[in-house]
Write a protein that binds this ligand. Structure first.
Ligand SMILES: [Fe+2]
Length: 251
């Protein structure tokens, strides 16, 4: 299947946003758009002469605010997100077993909790958008938002590592400029989850990470429960998470 596809990088939170478009109907989906880059995302949609049908989030993010509500205001796109959260602002609650369809695109949600308890990866043909469950040579942390290392291990091994090895892995973030991997590659060499590391060793490893408290989480969670509202009280040094990216930063 030949689709329109763009991988877009938001540098403030190192978030990847994915633009998927149906060549026949021109309908498009944006996976995990981030608020500071909403105009850039919209320009990418327009440059390909697509119409934004849905925004689709993998989970309630702690490190950035989704642009779902802003893009809905601008384009009339519908907000799709995991049903398990029961958010009133979501137009299309998604769950495993029911694809999200936009023209010829049929995006398959895969319930992959562990990083958070609501996390879904999305599979479309030869690609899987793994959000924060599986990163390139890594994985999302498991110490907030009802995260659980054993649950993440099972999600990755049972839902993602069972996909064909050639499936392309597109992560929710990368902090070193890596853009794409494959299931086969992560299964073999992911230093946390690959190479046959057993579940207890993974749980021990995740328990010892000693990561700092996420600096934007207290603002991101309430903002994302409203599908992308910058909440009041965001301090000046964190305003960049709410505001449009400067022209020079736009890709
Ligand atoms: Fe996350």
């Amino acid at each position: 299947m030949s689709i329109f596809f763009r991988q877009l990088f938001e540098p403030i939170s190192s978030t990847y946003t994915y633009l998927l478009g149906c060549p026949e109907t021109r309908l498009a989906v944006l996976i995990d758009p981030a608020l500071p880059a909403w105009r850039r995302d919209l320009e990418a949609v327009r440059a390909l002469e697509l119409k934004l049908a849905y925004t689709l989030d993998t989970h309630i993010h702690a490190d950035h605010i989704t642009a779902a509500a802003q893009l809905k205001r601008e384009t009339g796109s519908r907000i799709a997100a995991p049903a398990v959260n029961g958010l009133a602002c979501v137009d299309v609650p998604v769950e495993e077993g029911t694809p999200l369809v936009a023209g010829s695109l049929s995006i398959e949600p895969l319930f992959t909790p562990g990083h958070t308890d609501d996390h879904h990866a999305y599979r479309l043909g030869e690609r899987v958008f793994t959000g924060d469950a599986l990163l390139i040579d890594g994985c999302g942390r498991t110490d907030f938002q009802n995260g659980d290392a054993a649950t993440l291990y099972r999600s990755v091994h049972e839902k993602l590592f069972t996909l064909p090895d050639q499936t392309l892995v597109y992560p929710g973030h990368d902090y070193q400029g890596r853009r794409v991997s494959s299931i086969g590659q992560e299964k073999t060499r992911n230093p946390r989850l690959g190479g046959g590391r057993p579940l207890p060793a993974f749980v021990e490893l995740m328990g010892k990470l000693g990561l700092a408290y996420p600096k934007f989480i207290d603002h991101a969670l309430p903002g994302n429960r409203l599908c992308g509202v910058c909440p009041p009280g965001v301090p000046d040094d964190l305003q960049k998470y709410c505001e449009e990216m400067a022209q020079s930063a736009q890709g």
